[in-house]
Design a protein around this ligand. Sequence first.
Ligand code: CMC
Length: 370
Amino acid sequence: MEIKFVSGLADVIAAQTEISSVDGKRGVLRYRGYGIEDLADNSSFEEVCYLLLYGKLPTKAQLNGFKNKLKKEQKLSKPVQDFIKGSPKTSNPMDVLRTAVSIIGVYAKKETLVDSSVRLIAKVPIIITAFGRVIQNKKILQPKPKLSIAGNFLYMLNGKVSKLEEEIFDVCLILHAEHGMNASTFSARVAASTRTDIYSAITAAIATLKGPRHGGANEKVLEMVKEIKTEKNVESYIMKRLKKKVRIMGFGHRVYRIKDPRAYILEERSKELARKTKSNFYDILKKVEKIMEREVGHKGIWPNVDFFSGSVYNSLKIPPKLFTPIFALGRVPGWCAHLLEEYQPANRIMRPKAIYIGPKQRKYIPISKR
Ligand code: CMC
């Protein structure tokens, strides 16, 4: 059999999964068989977490029990709090999140994987908002029992939250919850294939998500929109970059060859919020999209999930530094579901090969003669 190197492992099948399916040609994303449009319109993030972890939608009683479990975990131990408060304010929040999760792992008790998953889903938003408050020199707030994960995130960050803001942010979290074998999920599964613990595997996932080609793109999209300033600058801004072969953030995807289905849903929210806040970000984004369609649409480069999310977060008064951590917050249930799958006894350690392309045999020269 001929062994071939596949750049970026494109189309390489590394696992079998029951968690989600992505049809990149038709632009369809389903979590455990449910279309994301249905989940975004009708479910809550908590319900989606349950679906991903347990494989089915919860009954009312099951969802209430799950929410109660989450609420009990919405606090941080002293070592984690001290670490967050002591981190330099200039730190990358993804570094703070990664290390905080790692510290939780240091103190973790022996428990089921589902219990550890619930712990992580509950604590990650608390870590991000605590550091968000530290950056803003504000007192750290405690979660309110009546609010959802989405509502509490915005409340703990900004000190207040409206019903509309809570609903829109909840949709954002649902849309980020799972996406097949993306780079961070793959990292988590590689780690878990060695049978390391769940906290180590999630730490690896957070480290991978930090990169600008993965989770870091939405922050860059917002930077771009701020640099462009007005609609009339869009054409020259984009063309200058494309000529220099600079990638436009928020475009392109390994799987989708057409517009990401999540981008359609976020686009609606971005438009709604732009109208309310009288911001021109949505109009700028739509012009960027038009020019990109003309220039690179034929290559299968279309808006991805990150293209509209930054403008939505900006309207929700979330600092850009926290955009990638929000991606992580949304993705924790997806990562955990994949870990539950990867830890199944039948799965083998992941160990691909590399084709050696270095020099053939070399004669060794002792250091004194080199
Ligand atoms: N802007 C302009 N051209 C692009 C872009 C872009 N954003 N993305 C890809 N291309 C071009 C690329 O230059 C190449 O052109 P050519 O064939 O002429 O050399 C062609 O499209 C194929 O690119 P690729 O690098 O082979 O594509 P990939 O599948 O390896 O990379 C990607 C996928 C998402 C890393 C890439 O599209 C990218 O860097 N996008 C910008 C970053 C971004 O928005 N990331 C968020 C992804 S969605 C959230 C997530 O799941 O992480």
